[in-house]
Ligand binder design. Structure first.
Ligand SMILES: NC(=O)c1ccc[n+]([C@@H]2O[C@H](COP(=O)([O-])OP(=O)(O)OC[C@H]3O[C@@H](n4cnc5c(N)ncnc54)[C@H](O)[C@@H]3O)[C@@H](O)[C@H]2O)c1
Ligand SMILES: O=C(O)[C@H](O)COP(=O)(O)O
Length: 443
């Protein structure tokens, strides 16, 4: 990807940060937590990437890929440029802190939605027929040699209902909720849904006859089945315990709540009270202390996204996203950084990116520093989101024979008030990254 011109900049050794013994110059280092699909990891070509799946190998990583691992700040060395969640929920990542550190966090919208939807449909059937009780009963009978003798007689103990004609309420009509609503209608159910942030993309996937309502309580009132498919967000205005006493008080006595989103969305005390008082059911892939062994619950391991297809799709999307960021500076599907996509880098230019606090004057300081070194910006993009701003500039190298002196300009820009990090995306993979850490320059 070189233009033939040598760009003189810091080597990105990060010597300050300890052990370099496993650091291969010239390759991006990818650290994984959890078991990430090898199909996805294969997107990191071995000539440019070194993927580390072992424990204690985070030192000097350039990017992190993970699933549900609860990421701590200590897992994130200063060399890390980006983090990707192979999946939807990013509540296991300290996203606000990563934003402060200038690190984009990505997820993989929709990549595992079909898998979750299928498990929700399965849960609905588990909730309408006594399938689990029946299986356990047959095992008991079998172990006593009575299975064939009692099978017809005992079936009367396990009668159920059909889902056709029943009402399903879907809370959250994103990738999973919209698919669930559509397929439930296909199975002959009446569907209603609630989502104050419904996207156009999701709205287009909703079944034609579904009823959109304007509150959770309206959605759950009179519903036979309820599926919650929203993110878990801590703090004020968040979704912690959103299915609380007030909402549960609107449940029909026999309602089945399916929670394949996050355990913390449901207030366990309120749910237990509801389950104690009638025939309602709770089906989830998140075990909560008060609920996991209740007679009216069916609790699975966290299996929603655990299909081969979903694991491959989520890991592939995460790997492509990280590659696009590391190799081109492009941001897509970030939960804390603005979408940013500059046209392909023109020939004979060098790409330079800056992450800075979204404060007045930073952009001007960056462009001034570049022009004061006699360098010309050919194309540029600057986007912001909340407290963070991101710039990508392509800088002309044609007027420089041999060496373009970029070292000084990078240091100058990195040390501008409010700048967090800068990157020269050129030459050897993994080099050219500089950070302003509390007023000190690291490269
Ligand atoms: N069990 C699993 O393995 C598994 C797998 C994937 C996702 N999930 C969970 O499911 C959640 C949803 O996944 P998705 O892919 O559909 O995400 P998504 O972002 O496509 O959809 C989420 C939807 O919820 C809506 N929403 C947010 N807050 C809401 C509220 N208070 N009330 C109603 N709607 C609200 C949003 O507007 C959005 O449309 C994830 O955040 C994750 O926590 C679990
Ligand atoms: O948010 C998600 O995508 C799911 O909860 C899947 O989690 P997992 O990748 O750990 O199975």
């Amino acid at each position: 990807m070189s233009t033939g011109v040598e760009v003189e900049h810091g080597r990105g050794d990060w010597q300050t940060y300890g052990d370099l013994s496993n650091y291969q110059q010239g390759k991006y280092q990818i650290k994984t937590f959890n078991k990430v699909s090898p199909v996805g990891l294969a997107r990191f070509h071995a000539d440019q990437y070194d993927v580390r799946t072992g424990e204690d190998e985070a030192a000097n990583a350039h990017a992190i890929l993970l699933r549900s691992h609860k990421l701590q700040e200590d897992d994130v060395p200063n060399t890390v440029r980006a983090i990707a969640r192979c999946g939807a929920g990013t509540n296991n990542i300290p996203v606000p802190r990563m934003t402060e550190l200038g690190i984009p966090v990505f997820n993989t919208p929709g990549a595992n939605a079909n898998a979750v939807k299928e498990l929700v449909l399965c849960a609905m059937l588990l909730g309408s027929r006594k399938i689990v009780d029946g299986i356990n009963h047959m095992k008991d009978l079998g172990s006593q040699g009575l299975a064939r003798e009692r099978v017809e007689k005992d079936k009367a103990m396990f009668g159920g209902q059909e889902i056709k004609g029943k009402t399903l309420a879907v809370i959250g009509l994103g990738h999973i909720g919209a698919m669930t609503a559509r397929d439930a209608e296909g199975l002959g159910m009446n569907v209603k849904g609630y989502d104050p942030g419904l996207s156009v993309q999701s709205a287009m996937k909703l079944p034609r006859d579904m009823q959109l309502v304007d509150s959770i309580t309206t959605a759950v009132s009179g519903a036979d089945y309820i599926s919650i498919n929203i993110p878990y967000v801590k703090g004020e205005g968040g979704t912690h315990g959103i299915i609380g006493k007030d909402v549960v008080s609107h449940f029909s006595p026999n309602a089945v709540l399916m929670n394949f989103a996050r355990g913390e969305l449901v207030d366990s005390d309120a749910m237990k009270e509801f389950l104690d008082s009638g025939d309602g059911k709770y089906i989830s892939d998140f075990p909560e202390d008060l609920l996991w062994d209740h007679k009216n619950t069916i609790i699975l391991p966290h299996l929603g996204a655990s299909t081969e297809e979903a694991e491959d799709a989520a890991a592939s999307m995460a790997a492509d996203t990280i590659r696009n960021y590391l190799e081109n500076g492009t941001i897509k599907n970030s939960v804390n950084f603005p979408d940013t996509n500059l046209e392909d880098r023109p020939k004979e230019t060098v790409r330079f990116t800056v992450v800075n606090k979204n404060v007045p004057g930073a952009l001007a300081a960056i462009t001034d520093a570049i022009s004061s070194e006699g360098l010309n910006i050919v194309q540029q993009i600057n986007h912001s989101r909340g407290d963070i701003a991101y710039n990508v500039c392509d800088i002309d190298t044609t007027k420089h024979d041999g060496v373009v002196e970029f070292k000084n300009v990078q240091e100058k820009i990195t040390m501008v008030e409010g700048v967090i990090s800068t990157r020269i995306i050129y030459g050897k993979a993994g080099t050219g990254y500089a950070k302003n850490i509390e007023g000190e320059y690291f490269i």
